[in-house]
Design a protein around this ligand. Structure first.
Ligand SMILES: Cc1ncc(COP(=O)(O)O)c(C=O)c1O
Length: 460
């Protein structure tokens, strides 16, 4: 039943009073009158329940945050106990608190870097901002104030704040918000079907590495503060880099005297079947950015880890950076409880075990949807790229796919990329084989119905 606040139905209030990023309510209302926004009221494991009682597999609405599943009372209890004992005290000017100390120590012990020191923040974008500041400050303190440039990769996403937006390698995210922050330089990355050099990951020649070397030479190695990259990029499709790529990129950073920043915001904490995306390729970053899975979405939380050689420069010169809620006690308590569950239930192992099942189920969609161009899966992170060139209005098709999926009991992200509609399927790590089976089948039906409807009902 629709709940009411005063006289206005909740859905009307939601549209009028609350900004929902990326939601085109005008068109949604036109196409599906009275249906949007969907109002989610509860979560249970990999599922959420809406205000009409529909149960939906959340394979994407959590944006990659929900690793341990929804509704874990153990985390809520840990947060409540912390709030009752000490709800807030800042990490400032010589004062600390035990919740942050314990959590930072536990995190540091898990990371692929020597003697890590943790700076907390509230999100992935904030984490990226801080990582760039630390990189520039590190060079400044070491007598190289001219090292300002941050190299980031085309097709990557690092956040929506100004620095993170400048590092994001997809122009659409910055369009209309300029001028963007200066001194961000784009380098290529392996990118199946989109690579300007070799076009296809099965025949990848790593020409993008040679192109990156050329850019570093042209910019001048002595001007570069850092290279930032995600272990595998997501926004256009899941892009798993070929063997040799990461070693070569790390080598370029080392040779240039630049720091290597790895953005683990969406890949961290088990999503790809290893604790960190870095672990697939043995990467040891100088700086690592984390968010999302660090708290599994129970509370906004991010973190930036720096390695021993970075920390050394700040030993007697504290970083001039303020963030009121950094290391918030309740967030740290949530983070610890999330790690307890992740480890106790071996959810990282579960993601690795379910990878081939998820791949097989998503590939099976192609029998029903021949427009499927490519399925890519690593751990419980998957993309299904679908050729939508026969549909005159890609944005409308995508709204339709999401809508049909919802009707089939599935929450999934679908993004446009050129003439493709790409679905991202990433359930919580405590999902079962049966959940995956039903979710993938629902996605197949949603695509079939939407594609048929959006090009006039003609079957291929
Ligand atoms: C790789 C990566 N970095 C950074 C961000 C930004 O994180 P947030 O939305 O928490 O600011 C995201 C968000 O999707 C991400 O996927």
């Amino acid at each position: 039943m629709l709940k009411r606040t005063g006289d206005a139905p909740l859905r009307d209030l939601a549209r009028r009073r609350l900004r929902h990023f990326l939601a085109d309510f005008a068109r949604l209302e036109d196409e599906f009158p009275g249906r949007y926004p969907h109002v989610i009221v509860r979560g249970e494991g990999p599922y959420v329940i809406d205000d009409a009682g529909h149960r939906l597999l959340d394979a994407g609405n959590h944006l990659g945050a929900c690793n341990i599943g929804h509704g874990r009372a153990e985390v809520a209890r840990a947060m409540g106990e912390q709030a009752a004992r000490l709800e807030f005290s800042a990490l400032d000017s010589g004062n600390s608190h035990d919740a942050a100390i314990r959590f930072a120590d536990r995190l540091a012990g898990m990371l692929p870097m020597e003697d890590a020191c943790i700076s907390f923040c509230g999100s992935g974008s904030e984490g990226n901002e801080l990582a760039y500041k630390i990189a520039r400050a590190w060079h400044f303190l070491r007598g190289e104030p001219g090292r300002l440039k941050i190299l980031s990769r085309a097709g990557s996403y690092h956040g929506s704040s100004y620095g993170a937006m400048a590092a994001t390698g997809i122009d659409a995210f910055g369009a209309g918000f300029g001028p963007l922050a200066p001194a961000f330089v784009r380098i290529p990355q392996p990118s199946h079907d989109r690579c300007p050099y070799c076009a296809n990951d099965t025949a990848c020649t790593l020409a993008c590495i040679e192109a990156t070397r050329a850019i570093v030479r042209a910019e001048g190695p002595g001007t570069i503060a850092a290279i930032v990259a995600e272990p595998l990029a997501i926004p256009q499709a899941v892009k798993v880099p070929p063997p040799g790529y990461w070693q070569a990129l790390a080598e370029i950073a080392r040779e240039a005297g630049a720091l290597l920043i790895v953005d683990e915001v969406v890949t961290g904490f088990g999503r790809t079947g290893r604790m960190f995306g870095c672990d697939h390729w043995g990467v040891r970053p100088d700086i690592m950015v984390m968010a999302k899975g660090i708290s599994s979405g129970y509370v906004p939380l991010g973190a930036v880890a720096t390695s021993a050689r970075v920390n050394a420069a700040f030993a007697d010169k504290p970083l001039l950076h303020l963030n009121t809620f950094a290391g918030h006690p309740v967030a740290c308590a949530a983070g610890e409880a999330v790690l307890d569950i992740l480890e106790r239930e071996d959810l990282v192992g579960n993601a690795a075990r379910l990878e081939p099942i998820l791949r097989a189920r998503l590939e099976a969609i192609a029998a029903q949807v021949p427009e499927v161009l490519r399925v890519t899966v690593i751990g419980l992170m998957a993309s299904v790229e679908v050729d939508a060139s026969a549909c005159p209005d890609l944005a409308r098709l995508i709204r339709r796919v999401r809508h049909e999926a919802y009707g089939e009991g599935l929450l999934v992200r679908v993004n446009p990329d050129g003439t493709r509609a790409t679905a991202f399927f990433y359930p919580s790590l405590n999902v079962t084989e049966d959940d995956i089976l039903r979710g993938a089948a629902a996605l197949g039906r949603a695509f079939r119905t939407a594609l048929d409807a959006e090009r006039g009902g003609r079957r291929p």
